[in-house]
Unconditional design. Structure first.
Length: 315
């Protein structure tokens, strides 16, 4: 369900960064959801290549100005849906504080999706990299090839992060997997009222999670950035027992050679909200009405569009 309204305070300047080349640096936070509780664990951050974008604080903080900037750089969802364009590697730390003032609901929704999509794709790439390495190590074990001490250390840390008993590699592989962007986008839209809730603007809390650490006065989880919230959400779906059904459905789809489908996986989210089946229906409706499945195959670019530089955005 959409998060409630709480007091908000705008940062004077929001941080907008661009990741160029390679996979985005990795760390994830397991959180206690607004539904089932989960312990908190931190994944150490790896170095990332970040280049600040020469957007003013006003451009990043203003929904209308940010929408204009996206348009100038050619960042449009229609082109992403048909596969003729990549998603620019632009990562906002926070949703513009005045997004609810945009007069056109469709423009407001499109802006929120464009803010969210790079974050979801980047977090999924982190998971996909781990999954690829895990599969390679499992293949070596199956071929009776020895693993290095470093390999064993990495496997142990991965199993701990995904709350799998050491040695249960089949269960670990089922958990270390991506979540369809369509599902993440629909849930973020529902939980934040398309980015308009005071909670997301105040605490960068995108998915209505509570916790017993790092909270604001409302008792809701506080995040340092939107990217942190996305990482935590994905890890929550991949570890908590309440979402075993989602992971089984995803595994079944993969066993049949199909990509996991957000519309289908939504059926396993009854425990995410007290609304149960009604919540599932809402998420599926959001996916259908906003053509979100078409964004499941979106590709995250590695460099900024040339139009961004030519428009004078990069210093």
């Amino acid at each position: 369900m959409a998060t409630g309204s709480f007091g908000s305070k705008l940062f004077s300047i929001l941080c907008l960064t661009v990741v160029i080349g390679g996979t985005v640096g990795m760390y994830a936070t397991v959180l206690q959801g607004s539904r089932p509780p989960v312990d908190v664990a931190i994944r150490p951050a790896a170095p990332i290549a970040e280049v600040p974008v020469g957007l003013s604080g006003e451009d990043v903080a203003s929904a209308i100005r940010l929408d204009r900037a996206f348009r100038r750089m050619g960042y449009q969802l229609d082109a992403i849906r048909v596969g003729t364009a990549e998603v620019p590697p632009l990562f906002l730390a926070q949703v513009p504080h005045d997004i609810d003032n945009m007069p056109d609901p469709d423009s407001r929704k499109a802006l929120f999706l464009r803010v969210m999509l790079p974050l979801v794709l980047a977090a999924n790439e982190e998971i996909a990299e781990d999954r690829g390495r895990l599969q390679a190590l499992l293949a070596r074990k199956a071929a009776r090839q020895s693993l290095t001490h470093r390999d064993h250390t990495w496997l142990k840390a991965l199993a701990e992060r995904y709350e799998v008993e050491d040695g249960d590699m089949a269960r670990l592989l089922a958990r270390v997997d991506v979540v369809p962007p369509s599902l993440a986008l629909a849930q973020a839209a529902e939980e934040t009222g398309w980015g308009t809730s005071r909670l997301v603007r105040r605490s960068r809390n995108l998915f209505g999670h509570t916790t017993d650490v790092a909270i604001d006065e409302t008792g809701m989880r506080q995040f340092g950035s939107l990217q942190d919230a996305v990482r935590a959400y994905l890890l929550n779906l991949n570890t908590h027992r309440a979402y075993d059904g989602l992971r089984r459905a995803r595994l079944k789809a993969r066993s049949k050679g199909r990509q996991p489908d957000g519309h289908q996986l939504a059926d396993a989210l009854r425990a995410y909200s007290e609304r149960g089946e009604a919540y599932v229906g809402t998420i599926r409706s959001l996916i259908r009405k906003n053509d979100l499945v078409a964004l499941d195959n979106a590709r995250l670019g590695r460099v900024l569009p040339v139009r961004l530089a030519s428009a004078g955005f990069v210093q």
